[in-house]
Ligand binder design. Structure first.
Ligand code: GLU
Length: 416
């Protein structure tokens, strides 16, 4: 560990409430959380709302909602706009020391000449160095009495004993300013952990263009939180080897700063989808059931007992929970199915034959379907279409058994 590491591990995420968290800042939250939990430290949420003009209504709630959903629950939380007195006091301290100039009610910090500003970044353990002559004087307190990001961030990181600052590498150019503030106050800076930005397949900074969505959108589209966490962690860190699938407990256990990637990870939407499929296949039925119901799908016609039988059948065929609807509703929903004359004839035969099935189960249903296919020289997609409106999907006899005889016949008669 470096000399300036404080004894106990305390980290923070410092989102500005300017929108819904995306994959990038949620990944930062996850890495902070893992580092804190691995070290029995504290994970702190600080809302950076000092730029009042950029605040978006509902953004704080969205941040909390995402952290709660993912289980990244902060140990402490606070809001910068409730601490204005502290920033004012600290700005005054720098004024007293003669390190600032006042212009139109704003306080600007004067950069000293000929200083080298450097730190060893924990990412890749590399030395990053700036010359103070290349840094411009900067405002620390605005005329509206609010601090700027630079002042508030340094004052808070010090005041709350933050040991490691994890943030995106786009903040590297702010760090020399922060180091100067630490020097001016006589404080020890934390360890900096600047995470490489996530890029799209074209190597440009990740954005909506690349199919990246807000984390709430992923949730609403039926991604499991376990899959999203696992996917996100690999965008910043991996424990080495080929290991990819990890539970939260394993990530906490294995997490090590030295394994943070030092090059930009590429966001791959297909990989996320694949990983979600892996997690869906491994998930407990009860867990999937509650998440499927929480998706607010139109499952009203399906009983609890039916759901519990359908989920294991659908489980191996879904990449997102949203697909559950598309796979299952054709068996329940009444839709008009366009059939030609020959198909209509088959539909009538089907009604008669299925009506004669006494013990309504998978095997008996399959016998009837096979007889009709042979007798009428038909292939399964035609029967599938007559029964569901689609040509393929979940195993038909398993599904019809669950749907039940009465409902199957009723639907068949009405739709043909
Ligand atoms: N408010 C900044 C952000 O939105 C925080 C940067 C930092 O972690 O210092 O990313």
């Amino acid at each position: 560990m470096k000399d300036n590491t404080k004894s106990s591990i305390r980290v923070r995420i410092a989102p500005s409430p300017t929108g819904t968290p995306h994959i990038g800042n949620t990944r930062t939250a996850l890495l902070n959380y893992l580092f804190a939990k691995h070290n029995n430290g504290a994970f702190i949420l600080r809302i950076e709302d000092t730029d009042q003009a950029r605040i978006v209504e509902g953004a704080v709630e969205a941040i909390e909602e995402i952290l709660n959903w993912l289980g990244l629950v902060p140990d402490e939380r606070y809001v910068q706009s409730q601490r204005l007195d502290l920033y004012k006091e600290k700005a005054d301290e720098l004024v007293q020391k003669g390190l600032t100039k006042k212009e139109n009610g704003a306080v600007r910090f004067i950069i000293p000449n000929n200083r080298t500003l450097e730190w060893t970044d924990a990412v890749g353990n590399k030395k990053i160095s700036f010359h103070s002559n290349d840094v411009e004087d900067f405002i620390i307190l605005k005329s509206d009495g609010f601090p700027t990001y630079h002042l508030a961030s340094v004052v808070d990181d010090n005041d709350t004993n933050i040991s490691h600052v994890f943030r995106g590498e786009e903040w590297i150019s702010s760090t020399p300013k922060h180091l100067l503030l630490y020097q001016a106050f006589g404080w020890i800076p934390p360890v900096f952990v600047h995470l490489p930005v996530i890029v799209g397949p074209d190597k440009q900074k990740l954005s909506k263009r690349h199919g990246a969505k807000s984390v709430l959108d992923y949730r609403d589209e039926g991604y499991l939180k376990e899959a999203l966490l696992n996917f996100m962690v690999l965008l910043g860190w991996n424990p080495g080897g080929d290991r990819e699938i990890m539970s939260m407990e394993e990530m906490i256990q294995l997490f090590d700063l030295k394994d943070i990637n030092s090059s930009s990870p590429v966001f791959d939407a297909k990989k996320l989808e694949w990983m979600n499929g892996v997690y869906i296949r491994e998930a407990q039925i009860s867990n999937l059931k509650s998440q499927i119901l929480a998706q607010n799908l139109k499952l009203t016609e399906i009983s609890d007992a039916q759901l519990e039988k359908i989920i294991p059948i659908a489980q191996t065929r879904m990449k997102t929970l949203k697909e559950f609807n598309e796979l299952v509703m054709p068996f329940f929903e009444q839709v008009e199915i366009k059939l030609d004359d020959k198909e209509k004839e088959v539909a009538h035969t089907l009604v008669q034959s299925l009506a004669n099935v006494e013990v309504w189960n998978n095997e008996a249903i399959l016998v009837v379907l096979k007889q009709i296919m042979q007798g009428e020289k038909l292939r399964m997609p035609i029967l599938y279409k007559i029964l569901t409106g689609k040509e393929s999907g979940l195993p038909i006899s398993d599904m019809l058994e669950i749907v039940g005889k009465e409902k199957t016949l009723e639907k068949l008669i009405r739709s043909t």
